[in-house]
Design a protein around this ligand. Sequence first.
Ligand SMILES: Cc1c2[nH]c(c1CCC(=O)O)Cc1[nH]c(c(CCC(=O)O)c1C)Cc1[nH]c(c(CCC(=O)O)c1C)Cc1[nH]c(c(C)c1CCC(=O)O)C2
Length: 348
Amino acid sequence: MTFTETNLSSNKAYPRMLNTNYLKAALGEVICPPPVWVMRQAGRYLPEFREVREKYDFFKVCQTPELACQITLQPIDRYDGLLDAAIIFSDILVIPQAMGMEVQMLPSKGPHFPCPLISPEDLNKLRMPVVKDVLSYVFEAITLTRHRLNGRVPLIGFSGAPWTLMAYMIEGGGSKTFSKAKAWLYRYPSESKQLLAKLSSVIADYIVEQVLAGAQAIQLFDSWAGELSPKLYKEFGIPFLEEIVTVFRKKLIDAQITERIPLTLFCKGAHSSLKDLSDLDIDVLGLDYTMEAIEASKNITKRICLQGNLDPCALFAETETLKELTNENLKEFDSVGLPHIVNLGHGM
Ligand SMILES: Cc1c2[nH]c(c1CCC(=O)O)Cc1[nH]c(c(CCC(=O)O)c1C)Cc1[nH]c(c(CCC(=O)O)c1C)Cc1[nH]c(c(C)c1CCC(=O)O)C2
């Protein structure tokens, strides 16, 4: 039996779904109360996560399906019944790795590329990977996790978006200004587009393979969208997201996946682009903590689900204050009348 067949919800190969609230909301139903999951729900705030991380390097965990699965399940087990989706434990930077770049995760510093892309000649060093083979550890982790979830909640797969990955590959890590990556857009626009097109092709294959391995929804993270002017994002961000979405939908049809796989775009800071993003063939728009549901709903062009967007730092508030903030947030989304998936406005 192929994975293509096993992904159909009617198929017996995966456990029967017991909670489909996330999938229903993502596909357009208003669910009351709305489903909840949390970006970075498997992470350092969990003692059981830190325990695994004491023993293994970050990317070793990503590359070991048993460990990635174990960590994905940690918040689902701990908050039994409170979360409506799981997200596979991995990182957006596995794609630059698959294209041949070294990436380290430095304690208290975050991601580090010892040899970032400096000039367009460096593009020749990148390889176009056979995604199914090079990233097989992610797909194995997804299949294993889908089984171990036992239908409790759906499993979300994810990828970084082209611009955000390009930014890491050139900056070599995090940055305050993204001036090196943005300099490429101004100085080498056509080579930048070559890089973004390569990334888009790898990302499209990557998210299709995730679905074939058992992911029931996909989220794309464009964490640095807001670093670009609206004009730059229109030229170097959105067209590549559009390409990915188009190829993703087409390849799923070719693979005879006939059910609609919900696709979420989380483009942090992309205020001026919400209209263009909502024009794409997507299902959910993730709002960050600087966006307002009411404002966003005025900008979008079709009925889609909104996800978000409590400020992660609100978690530092006293419990009573946090309850009030959460209720206000729920009321605001409720007043918009669109389907809603409750989440933070960025990672925990
Ligand atoms: C930009 C980005 C990255 N990774 C990711 C993004 C996009 C989302 C965002 O904007 O935050 C996405 C990501 N990273 C991780 C997940 C797993 C799923 C989840 O629970 O949300 C997801 C979806 C695990 C992780 N990825 C990382 C951790 C912390 C790991 C650790 O040090 O043990 C986790 C749980 C490391 C990571 N990976 C990355 C950074 C900047 C860092 C350092 C962050 C930090 O120090 O807190 C790159």
